[in-house]
Each structure stands twice: as C-alpha cells, then as structure tokens.
Design a binder for this molecule. Structure first.
Ligand code: ADP
Length: 490
C-alpha cells in the first residue's frame, strides 16, 4: 500500500528510554521512530514522571494548560523533548502531585490509590492539547493509545470532547499490550471520569459493578490491535480474556494482531557495548568469548557445557515456577543455568535456596540489570521462556538475534515468533504446549540432544540470527491500519 503521510498522536503511559516497567515502554520508544522513518509525522505523549531526568533528555517547558476535572481545574505544564534517534517530538504532561513519585503505577506491590485521577487527568490533558496543536498548524489525523492508562483517550473524542472539531474528526486505534491489567475502579469513583452516568452500564464502561477503563478503549476505538496474531485469538477465550473475552469477541472484526519488533540499535551483538566481545553471524567466535565472560561474571566454572539462561519478571504469567520445579533434575545433567530476575518474593526465595544447593552449576542474580541482560543474551546457549501467557514477548526476539536458541511455551507471541524444531524447515527454537514442569523438562532434553550435534545446532542459531525481528515490517502493518482508519473518518 502506498502511504500518504499522516499526523499521528501516540499516547502511552511509559516509553523507553524515559520511563519503563515493561515491554510497552520498548514499543512506545521504538515504534514512533519506525513510523517516522516511513515518512509519517508522529508526536509521542507521556506523563512527566519525576524519575525522568528532564535535563539529560533536554525536556523544556512548552506551554501550560488548565485541565478540567469534576473537582475543579488542574494545572498542567507540557514539556517538550524528543526521541533522539528519529527526532520524534515528545510531549510530557507534568503535574508533580500526580507524577513526581518513586514509581509509575504503585509501590510495594500496591497501586497508587489515586490512579484513576492520575490517568483521567493525563487523558484529558491530551484532549486539551488539540486546540493548541492546531494553533501550531498540527492537527492529528489519528490518535493511537496504549493499555488501560490511556484508554479514556478513545472514549473522550466520542463523548465529552465531541464538540471539539479536532477531537471529533480523529481516527482512533487502541492497543492491548496485556489484557491482564484493565484498570478497575470502584463504582463510586466513576464520576471522576467526567463521563455521563448513561455510560455506566454493562454495555458501557461498567464491569461487574466496577469501572473498567480498558473496556472503554475496547468499545470506543475505531480499530483495536494487540501485539501478536495468536494473542488476538486467545483474548477471545475465557482462559486468556480476564473477563473481557465477550467484549473482544463482539469487536473481533475490528481487531488485528501485529507482533512487536525490537530496537536493533540497542539489541545487536555486532555493536552491543555491554559485551566482552562483539560478534555476528559471519564472525561467531566472539559468542564463545561472551560465554566464558558470563561464566566468570556469574562465578561459574569456565567449562564447555550447555549454558541455559533466563531473564524475566518473576511472576505467575512467566511460568518461572516451572523452571524452579525442574532445577533439581537439571542439576543432574552436564550443563549450567543462569537466571536474572526479580518480582514475586516467594519465587525469589525459592531460587535463592536452589542457588545455595548448586552454586557450582547455577548462577543467580535477583534484581534488574540491563547490562547483565545483554551479556546473558550473548553468553547463553539456550533461552528459557515457559510463559503461561505472553501477549508478544521481547526476550525471545533478542535471544534469536543473539544466537541463543529459545525454548518457549507455544502461546501468544511466542507461538508467532519462534519457528519450532520438528515443525518447521527453518526452525529457530523449541516449543512445547502444556504448561507443566514435565513438558518443559522433556523439551530441554530434546534441545540438549540437538545441541550435541554442532552442525544441527549451528543451523538453528543461524536461522534465528538471520530472522528479521526489526520494527520495519510491523511498522508498515501499523501504517496500513492507520490508512484504513483515516479512510473511515474522511
Ligand atoms: P514483559 O514486558 O512482560 O516483562 P517482555 O519479554 O516483553 O516481557 O520484555 C521484558 C523486557 O524486560 C526485556 O527487555 C528484558 O530484557 C527486560 N527484563 C526483564 N527482567 C529483567 C531483569 N531482571 N533485568 C534486566 N532486564 C530485564
């Protein structure tokens, strides 16, 4: 499809490198740049969290807004910066009482109690920006919002802000990054949205007597996307829909799955400055240097045995309990295991105790360490990702690029991005269906049998390293979708 350049307002509660809790930030930091490279004009809007180093990123005050709310006007300062690489303008919505906090959404495992006020304010500030952007000669064709925190940006243009011409003519796209997080709030708080009570019904934003912001996004967006085709089907079932499967099914003809890409400026073994030695498909020897360096860093003996690695949030979703279950069995084999992760305190404690039993074979780091994540991707032989559900997943994309063969559970984006050994001529990894320790263990054993044949293993690594996991293809898919939405509204 030939693309007419569009003006796109991209609204996200987090974006790398400014503020990140997960994969959404990577998408919001990279996709606008990929769209700009296709010739589109993109502006990214994020909250101006206190943790963002405004001076380092050159954020400067641009204008002031008075944002209406049912309890009175709330002042906002809009700061302007840029996503450096592609010079995509970034507009950061500042109101320190809401966003200058230690974290993005909550602390100590608890959401901030005023998250509804915080993100309602954020979305209304976006609406209030329209006339100001228009004065600047920039009226967006399209607004693309992400996850529950920005879902009201889908609702307002068709309700509260319908009389504003720039808002009313907008095409809208809403992306579900994880339907497990929906933004539920008590019924009594519903008026804080400023929306009429006529919308608080089971056909509207009500969800079992609660307000559900993601449901608003699902109902009002012109088009819906999620981050892989398989996940787009899964969220239409009770097992994966977290109660919203019926709503998603009703709008299935507006829903499309587009897999995430990776930022190849940041994740490329040929240029990665975190590594002991850089390498590529043509010069693969550097990868063994990285393996030895990783063994040393994790206090493991430097030995030529298969090195299994994990980098993950330790949560139920990621299936890391299955890994903990099989550590004793793995430790009877000729191999080593390295794990970097943090999250669930019980799982952290389980891995610590396993580490104490097998420090000679198991290297453990509890915490969040970006540099070590790069070195593990480079130094490993096999990457384990046994997720119970996985909207897209980025780590398996990094691992194929780094020649570290992934073993994944066949779900969501993992099913779409890893070509399974035995099922594909150009296999890039191994996959199993059942979410059980036994299935994971037998798949690891099958993979180790292939590892014992260097030629077969090299073919797997090469197929992965040759796969295009950049944003180029997916950005074109989004651009095609934007054109369809534009056509709807003009
Ligand atoms: P999710 O967003 O569900 O956590 P993804 O696979 O989409 O999962 O993205 C995870 C990202 O977070 C990857 O960039 C991965 O390298 C990074 N990551 C996860 N845990 C850690 C950790 N403990 N230290 C460093 N990076 C981590």
């Amino acid at each position: 499809m030939v693309h007419k350049p569009l003006k796109i307002l991209f609204v996200s509660p987090e974006a790398a490198p400014f503020a990140k809790t997960g994969g959404l930030a990577d998408v919001a930091g990279a996709l606008p740049c990929a769209l700009a490279r296709l010739g589109h004009q993109v502006k990214l809007v994020i909250p101006r969290y206190g943790s963002i180093d405004g001076a380092a990123y050159g954020f400067k005050e641009w204008l002031r807004l008075e944002v209406p709310s049912p309890s009175g006007v709330i002042p906002a300062v809009i700061e302007r910066g840029a996503l450096s690489e592609a010079k995509v303008p970034v507009l950061a919505v500042r109101h320190d009482p809401f966003f200058a906090r230690a974290s993005l959404y909550g602390e100590g495992g608890r959401d901030y109690p005023d998250n509804l006020e915080r993100f309602t304010f954020f979305c209304r500030a976006v609406m209030e920006l329209f006339p100001r952007l228009a004065q600047d000669g920039w009226t967006p064709d399209l607004l693309h919002a992400h996850d529950w925190q920005s879902a009201l940006c889908m609702v307002y243009p068709r309700t509260l802000y319908k009389p504003v011409p720039e808002a009313n003519q907008l095409g809208t796209v809403f992306t579900i990054h994880n339907i497990g997080y929906q933004g539920h709030f008590p019924e009594a708080d519903y008026p804080k949205t400023g929306l009429g009570m006529d919308l608080f019904t089971p056909a509207g934003l009500e969800f079992y007597k609660k307000l559900n912001l993601m449901k608003g996004g699902l109902l009002f967006a012109d088009r819906l996307t999620t981050v892989s085709p398989t996940y787009s089907r899964e969220i239409q079932t009770p097992e994966f829909g977290f109660g919203l499967e019926g709503v998603v099914r009703e709008r299935a003809d507006r829903l499309v799955g587009i897999v995430n890409g990776i930022d190849t400026d940041v994740w490329d073994p040929e240029t990665d400055h975190y590594l002991a030695s850089r390498y590529s498909l043509a010069k693969i020897t550097g990868k063994s240097v990285c393996k030895m360096a990783l063994q040393q860093e994790m206090h493991l003996p430097v030995r030529n045995v298969p090195l299994l690695v994990v980098i993950s949030r330790l949560s139920d979703q990621k299936g890391l309990d299955l890994v903990a279950d099989i550590v004793p069995a793995l430790m009877t084999e000729e191999l080593q295991l390295v794990l970097l992760g943090s999250g669930n305190p019980d799982l952290e404690a389980r891995f610590r105790s396993l580490y104490e039993q097998w420090p000679q074979k198991f290297g453990l780091r509890i915490g969040f360490d970006d540099g070590l994540a790069h070195r593990i991707q480079a130094g490993g032989d096999l990457f384990l990702m046994p997720s119970r559900y996985e909207p897209c997943g980025l780590s398996q994309l990094y691992s194929v690029r780094y020649g570290t063969v992934p073993i994944v559970r066949q779900t969501g984006g993992l099913a779409d991005t890893v070509a399974a050994y035995g099922a594909s001529e150009m296999a890039t990894g191994f996959a199993f269906k059942e979410a059980s320790a036994a299935a994971l263990l037998s798949t690891i054993r099958a993979a180790l049998a292939v590892y014992a044949h260097p030629k077969r293993w090299a073919a797997l690594m090469q197929a992965g390293m040759k796969t295009d996991v950049s944003w180029a293809k997916s950005a074109r898919a989004y651009a095609d979708l934007y054109q369809q939405v534009r056509a709807l509204r003009s």
